[in-house]
Each structure stands twice: as C-alpha cells, then as structure tokens.
Design a protein around this ligand. Structure first.
Ligand code: FUC
Length: 339
C-alpha cells in the first residue's frame, strides 16, 4: 500500500491512498472524497463517487459532494435547539432552518492533515477545532477524522471529538455513490438491502417531524432488497414530498449495515457503522449541468448513505441523541467495503 500527495489550488492538498485494486482520493479542504476507483466484474477500474472536474468548483458547491458534514448533519428546524433549559440559535442557511452544520460547516474547512501508514493501513488524519459560537454551536469541539484504507481493501472513516461544553454533534460524510462507474447511468437500478424498520417522516420543507413511520409495505422497506427506482417512481406521499425519491433517515433494527449492488457492473458495496441509522438521499434535487468527472450532473446520478445520528432527536427524545456532554469522548465509525 502507498500514498501520494500533491498541492492543488492554493493551499489545498489532494491525497491518494492506494491499495490493491482500490484508490481513494481526498482533499484537506472539507475532507472531500473526490474519487474512489474500484474494479467492476471484469476488472475495469472506474470511479464510483461524484466529484467535480475542476477542484475549484468545490468552493461554490451547494450539494456537499463527498464532503465531511458537521457539526450536525441534516436539518434543524428554525435553526434552534434547547439545552439545559437554554435556547441556542444556530445560523440559518436554508430559509429559516439550519442545514449540514451551517455556512461555515466542516465541508468548507481546510483541515490540518497528516498521512499515517503501518503494515495494515494507509490513511489521512484530519484535524479541526470548531470554535465556540461557530455557526451558533456552544463549546469548542476538537474534531479528528481518520480516513483509513486497510490491506483488506476496506475504507474506514472514524470520527473522534471532545467538547469543552455540552453541545450537539453528529458528523457524517456526503459521498454520492454511482457504482456503475458511468455517471450517465442514473442510480435507479442500484439494489439496496438493509434491515431498517422505521423512517423519520419529513414535511414539505424536508424537515423531520416527530413521527417515525414503519417501513412495512412502502418503498422504504429494503429488508428483502429493493431497487431505488421503486421509491423514485412511487406515488407514496413521503417519496413525492421530497421531489420524488428518497431524502429520509432510516433507523436500523438490529444489524447496522447497508448492502448496495449494481447489476450492470457487478460492483457491490457493504457499509457497516456504529451509527443508529442513515439518511438515504437519491440526489432528487441535484442540479443539472455541473461539470463533474464523467460528464454533466443531473438528478438521480448518485446515492448518499449518510450514516449518522439524527437531529430529529432534539425534538423527539425517543430517538438516539445527538447531544454530547462536555469532556466526554465522542467516537463513531463507518466502514465501506467494495467487492
Ligand atoms: C442531503 C439531503 C438534502 C440536501 C443535501 C444536499 O443530505 O438531505 O435534502 O439536498 O443533502
């Protein structure tokens, strides 16, 4: 295994982690994963995540392509939350709401970066101190994120943090996968299997409500495997309300895993995580005509599996919580295995 680093743009570094038949490309800017190159069933090496052709385009990206998201992924209604009897106001960046950590979120930070390597893995350590008051969040948060490519070809993201004050934290990564290797082929035929038995309902502003719905007999029931097409083409009100498709948090029942396969290329991806669920986003609202590797962008060109704990827990205390106590170590991990 080996690694390469090169300077791109002003102070940005692009790292390439190279293993046996796998390559992960990432930036210190936003911790953005720009490319993952893996073989199809015939051994053809192709990129399976959406990324901009010109690295500068990440600066004005509003779709969070490949980026680290935080402090809290997802939407916080009215950009406020209660903690210890106090109301905290966050910066609103989607109408009056707070999305994906706000305008100065983790996705646009130049992270301190360092390569590490041992006999089992090669990786990049990313560090950033999110200062008290950043986008309205309380307390300093020391974040460390590890991108590690292991000898067995698995790619693991580890999120570690510690805060100086009680706060909320739920980072994730926003890669859009297209396992076909050809972004001109939309993701409709990707088959997803996961044991999730509930989803969090969203309203017309894509905000979480305090309701969890059972997946049974809906396009959200992936327990026996389902093509993404079934939700994109469905007239289920929850599929229609998000612009036809998926933009929902699903809660794992038992096994914290997502299995994804794409029949044409034969590629498979197995995601395992310590998190209680994930946002499934079928890129319903990805804008047309952005210059990506492999051609111009359009809707349904990638699918995100944003493993995280959901901020809906701030309103619905029966859900796993995004609250982090002062001086308490935070750790979450998600592994991506390509076969
Ligand atoms: C996802 C979605 C959002 C949004 C964004 C780019 O996480 O939940 O609706 O469009 O990413």
């Amino acid at each position: 295994m080996k690694w390469q680093a090169k300077e791109v743009d002003d102070h940005w570094i692009e790292f390439t982690l190279i293993g046996d038949n796998i390559e992960i490309h990432c930036l210190n800017y936003g911790g953005i994963i720009t490319k993952i190159v893996v073989p199809d069933k015939n051994g053809k090496m192709e990129n399976v995540v959406l990324g901009y052709k010109n690295v500068q385009d990440y600066k004005k990206d509003t779709h969070f392509l490949g980026a680290l998201i935080g402090r809290v992924g997802g939407r916080i209604p009215n950009a406020e939350f209660q903690q210890n009897g106090q109301t905290f106001s966050l910066v609103a960046n989607e109408r009056s709401h707070h999305l994906h950590g706000g305008p100065n979120g983790f996705h646009q930070v130049v992270w301190k970066s360092e390569v590490f390597q041992n006999e089992h893995e090669v990786g990049v350590q990313l560090r950033h101190t999110s200062k008290a008051g950043a986008d309205g969040y309380p307390g300093d948060v020391e974040m460390t994120v590890y991108y590690s490519l292991k000898k067995d070809r698995t790619f693991t993201i580890t999120y570690e943090a510690i805060a100086t004050k009680d706060t909320i934290l739920s980072p994730t990564n926003h890669m859009y996968f297209n396992l076909s290797g050809d972004i001109q082929i939309p993701i409709h035929q990707h088959i997803v299997t996961t044991d999730c038995d509930r989803l969090i309902e969203v309203d017309q502003e894509l905000l979480p409500t305090d309701l969890c719905l059972p997946v049974k007999e809906t396009p959200f029931d992936f327990r026996n495997g389902k093509m993404l097409e079934s939700g994109i083409a469905s007239n289920h009100p929850q599929n229609e309300i998000v612009g036809n498709g998926y933009d929902h948090y699903l809660l794992f029942a038992k096994e914290k895993a997502i299995h994804v396969s794409e029949p044409l290329s034969g590629r498979e991806l197995v995601i395992t995580t310590t998190e209680p669920g994930f946002v499934l986003y079928s890129a319903n609202r990805l804008e047309e005509g952005l210059a990506l590797h492999g051609g111009p962008s359009k809707a349904y060109q990638g699918v995100c599996f944003e493993t995280q704990t959901h901020p809906a827990s701030l309103l619905n205390p029966t859900l796993p919580s995004v609250r982090l106590h002062a001086n308490k170590k935070y750790k979450q991990q998600t592994t991506y295995a390509f076969t």
